[in-house]
Design a binder for this molecule. Structure first.
Ligand SMILES: NC(=O)C1=CN([C@@H]2O[C@H](COP(=O)(O)OP(=O)(O)OC[C@H]3O[C@@H](n4cnc5c(N)ncnc54)[C@H](OP(=O)(O)O)[C@@H]3O)[C@@H](O)[C@H]2O)C=CC1
Ligand SMILES: O=C(O)[C@@H]1CCC=N1
Length: 279
């Protein structure tokens, strides 16, 4: 099992939604290798004062305005938007405190090859793609190495994100597709719950009840499949009585282009990730 020194210094650059979720998850986690992490292990760089004040109050973590103000770090989590990433890296690339850090990017689209051009020459880099359910310890994160990462670095990052849910090591060529599937996926599931709620309300149900039924159905189906090991196909077939209402629904959804819509959506997200990676 990989371990972290209890004195490890972790710098979070970008204290927004995902940065907070990752840091907060590690601080709260009772699992190794994050179990011993406390606010003392972290420093956050974030230009906006409201976010700094929030993070200081909520976690008791030290905050600075700019990444160059960070004194020392062993691990640097890059949690800024792709559009500002290269500027952030260029600003710190010759700062001695970052010279030998392990950098962990969570940014969509940014390739390790591109990121590495702006990192200090002895820095190591691991790229990840998490998703928002890591806020409740149920995230799905993909992890890939880079030309500079050691096997130990990849193992450590996978173990750290496993504290926040499930983490899978993949080839970098698959990162944009995994981002389009699980990185963006919580939005698709939420949109499905919204659509089911609207459809139920359209059939005369109280909208609040329809939303609770849709949410519990998504949760229950995921639990059912996880606990029984049923495949999606088996789960689907088990609900479809011959000549019944579910088959009628699935046929109508297919006719309306549902599976084509998912294909088109994931393809559009992959394309946009590649564009973000070039900005
Ligand atoms: N949202 C999601 O579901 C997912 C997002 N990601 C990736 O996570 C990253 C962050 O996204 P998200 O948390 O949603 O975005 P947010 O906008 O919530 O957070 C970005 C943060 O970066 C800060 N920031 C801006 N410029 C700098 C700078 N120069 N130095 C330090 N911090 C800076 C912003 O500060 P300020 O307070 O001043 O605005 C803001 O708090 C992105 O790269 C995204 O691709 C990955 C997976 C899922
Ligand atoms: O929408 C985005 O660009 C980010 C990446 C994955 C989820 N949110």
């Amino acid at each position: 099992m990989v371990q972290l020194s209890k004195d490890v210094r972790i710098a979070l650059i970008g204290g927004g939604k995902m940065g907070e979720a990752v840091m907060g998850g590690w601080i709260a986690s009772g699992k190794e290798p994050a179990a011993s992490l406390t606010a003392e292990n972290f420093v956050v760089a974030n230009p906006g004062l409201p976010r700094r004040e929030h993070l200081e109050q909520a976690y008791g973590v030290a905050c600075v305005e700019q990444a160059v103000d960070i004194d020392a770090a062993d691990i640097v989590v890059l949690a800024v938007k792709p559009q500002v990433m290269m500027g952030v890296l260029e600003a710190i690339s010759s700062e001695p405190q970052f010279a030998e850090c392990l950098f962990v990017s969570i940014a969509a689209g940014m390739t390790t090859e591109r990121l590495q051009t702006a990192l200090p020459s002895r820095a190591r880099l691991v790229r990840t793609m998490p998703n928002t359910p890591l806020l409740v310890g149920a995230g799905a994160t993909t992890v890939c190495g880079s030309a500079s990462a050691t096997e130990g670095d990849i193992e450590l990052v996978q173990a750290l994100f496993s504290c926040l849910g499930a983490a899978f090591v993949v080839d970098e060529d698959d990162m944009d597709a995994t981002g389009a599937l699980s990185g963006s996926g919580p939005a698709y599931v939420a949109a499905m719950i919204e659509a089911l709620t609207a459809a139920g309300a359209g059939e005369g149900l109280d909208a609040g009840l329809a939303e609770q039924l849709a949410l519990q159905t998504v949760f229950g189906t995921a639990e059912l499949m996880r606990e029984t090991g049923q495949t999606p196909e088996q789960t689907r077939i088990a609900v479809c009585s011959p000549g019944g209402s579910t088959l009628a629904a699935l046929a109508a959804m297919d006719e309306a282009g549902l599976s084509r819509a998912y294909e088109a959506g994931v393809r559009a997200a992959v394309q946009r990730s590649k564009e973000l990676g070039a900005c």
